[in-house]
Design a protein around this ligand. Structure first.
Ligand code: G6P
Ligand code: ZN
Length: 547
């Protein structure tokens, strides 16, 4: 045995946020930083210095800067820990949903995913690490909290000696008795997609001249989208743009929303726009759907999917239920009520959907942050969402806009927007939320900007499957007509704090469905700004981003 033990550097603050531990690349480049987290993770999973004997681990990332360095280190630590097999994506690549698919298909005990999702990459950008369990989904809070606690107490870090594993060619290598297999990052994922959708119908759609523009934003979705959409489904070459994953995403901010995917929006607003536009993020779990001249809000996308899912082969047996995160609009709840299926409201963070999916209570789920997914894996899934929409268009013969307007016509339109106040000082963000929370008992009944607050609370969630409770998940100001303003601090940023203000107003009257979104929500914005004194706390009189 050539195990190497070194004293733990004892870095502070290795507490995972909404989705894993995310920090600047320079933080992860400190000697022992990543290793301390991995050691703490393994200690939590296998007991302090216990062995992972007989188990399989999946490892891969979105290809961003530092991915390869981190992977070599993890492979050695996993071998030292006694894992029987480690499956690593070729080139160190695995999109987040593909990692979930590999864990499930290969019956691994879990996986380590290296990504900071939609955060910018490159030497000055962000890096991240998270653990997913045997169900393929993000580790629940009790695990992430245990990792954070263990990380601060470590005595030593254990790894092993050995040459770096060549990641660019498929093949099997042995390290400390552990079989390290460099696998095709696409294979298991593509097999899952084949089982869900009517590929013949989508092929026929493209054969009829349907035009799609898929912007992979120089991130990991590119190879998946190219293999499926241009390869299997016969879309013309060039349908997928920015398809090669780059370490710095070519300088793009790979977050598929109308602000960061502005090039796609420009194409979709042009006179000769394609029939459908789509984008995915750094690790390909997020998606944005755009019709010709018609961006679709993520909340509406989930509602459309819920409304028509049973027309697709993978969902023909029916939906057991649908879930959305609390700040996501209630559009999908309204569809679910019409269909007579249960609707669930969870805190922000994909991990909260895991138990509902595992227990078979829901089939579809989604979030306002450009994420939708289903029971096929335990992550949100960007390329899946695009195939879902393509299949819907193929079988309904409707346009993207037509499908959205169809739902509005039946259930009314949920006007929706998110306003972000980015990179504010941490203390300012915390002070704003503390002050708001302190005043919660006094807010109900108050009238501001001509609107009366009916209820004001801090969202708490009790998981119906395991009974665990998560508190302080966001302040809700709910008006008498059901309109809502929600305020919470982002759990994924790496610079100061980001205040998110989510706004929703339902409009039943079809004659008013074309009101500009910000206009429809303006009174609600005024109310939220006044109640939370956003300008006073942040020094900003307007948000930095509105989506
Ligand atoms: C990640 C998570 C999502 C979450 C989103 C926004 O993408 O996977 O579940 O909705 O971040 O999180 P934040 O805490 O920044 O609002
Ligand atoms: Zn992501």
């Amino acid at each position: 045995m050539s195990l190497i033990h070194t004293p733990s550097p004892r870095f502070d603050g290795q507490k995972p946020g909404t989705s894993g531990l995310r920090k600047k690349v320079s933080v992860f480049q400190q000697t022992g930083y990543l290793e301390q987290f991995v050691q703490a993770l393994f200690d939590v999973l296998h007991g302090p210095d216990g062995s992972a004997s007989g188990q399989t681990l999946v490892v891969g990332g979105d290809g961003r800067f530092h991915n390869r360095v981190a992977i070599q280190s993890i492979l050695k630590m996993a071998a030292a820990r006694g894992y029987a097999r480690v499956l690593v994506g070729q080139g160190g690549i695995l999109s987040t949903p593909a990692a979930s698919a590999v864990i499930r298909t290969q019956q691994a005990s879990g996986g380590i995913i290296l990504s900071a999702s939609h955060n910018p990459g490159g030497p000055d950008g962000d890096f991240g690490i998270k653990y997913n369990g045997a169900n393929g989904g993000p580790a629940p809070e009790k695990i992430t909290e245990a990792i954070a606690a263990r990380s601060g107490q470590l005595e030593r870090i254990t790894t092993c000696d050995g040459a770096d594993i060549p990641l660019d060619a498929l093949g099997t290598h042995t390290l400390e008795g552990c079989s390290i297999e460099v696998i095709d990052p696409l294979r298991d994922y593509i097999a899952v997609m084949r089982g869900l959708f009517d590929f013949d119908a989508i092929r026929a759609l493209f054969a009829r001249g349907f035009r799609l523009r898929f912007d992979a934003m120089n991130a990991v979705g590119g190879p998946y989208a190219q293999a499926l959409i241009e390869g299997e489904l016969g879309a013309p070459a060039g349908t997928v743009v920015n398809a090669v994953p780059l370490e710095d995403f070519g300088g793009l901010h790979p977050d598929p929303n109308p602000v960061n995917a502005e090039d796609l929006i420009a194409h979709m607003m042009a006179a000769d726009a394609p029939d459908m536009g789509a984008a995915s993020d750094g690790d390909a779990d997020r998606n944005m759907i755009v019709g010709r001249g018609f961006p679709v809000s993520p909340s509406d996308s989930l509602a459309v999917m819920t409304a028509h899912a049973t027309r697709l082969p993978g969902y023909a047996a029916g939906l057991s239920g649908v879930a959305r995160s609390m700040p996501t609009s209630t559009a999908s709840d309204r569809v679910a009520a019409r269909l007579g299926i249960p609707a669930y409201e969870t805190p922000t963070g994909w991990k909260f959907f895991g138990n509902l999916l595992d227990a078979g209570r829901i089939t579809l789920c989604g979030e306002e942050s450009y994420g939708t997914g289903s029971s096929h894996v335990r992550e949100k899934d960007g390329v899946w969402a695009v195939l879902f929409w393509l299949n819907l268009i193929a079988v309904t013969g409707q346009t993207v806009e037509g499908l959205v307007r169809g739902v509005w016509a039946q259930d009314g339109r949920c006007f929706y927007s998110r306003h972000d106040y980015e990179a504010i000082p941490l203390e300012a963000g915390n002070a704003l939320m503390a002050s708001l929370r302190g005043r919660l008992p006094t807010l109900a009944g108050q009238t501001l900007a001509g609107q009366t607050i009916a209820t004001a609370d801090d969202f708490a969630y009790t998981d119906p499957v395991d009974g665990s409770t998560s508190r302080a998940q966001g302040v809700r100001l709910i008006l008498q007509d059901g309109s809502r303003a929600v305020l919470r601090l982002s759990g994924t940023g790496t610079e100061g704090a980001t205040l998110r203000l989510y706004l929703e107003r339902h409009e039943a009257n079809p004659a008013l469905h074309d009101t500009p979104v910000q206009e429809a929500l303006a009174p609600l914005v005024q109310l939220a700004q006044a109640v939370a004194d956003i300008a006073g706390h942040t020094g900003m009189d307007a948000p930095s981003v509105m989506t």
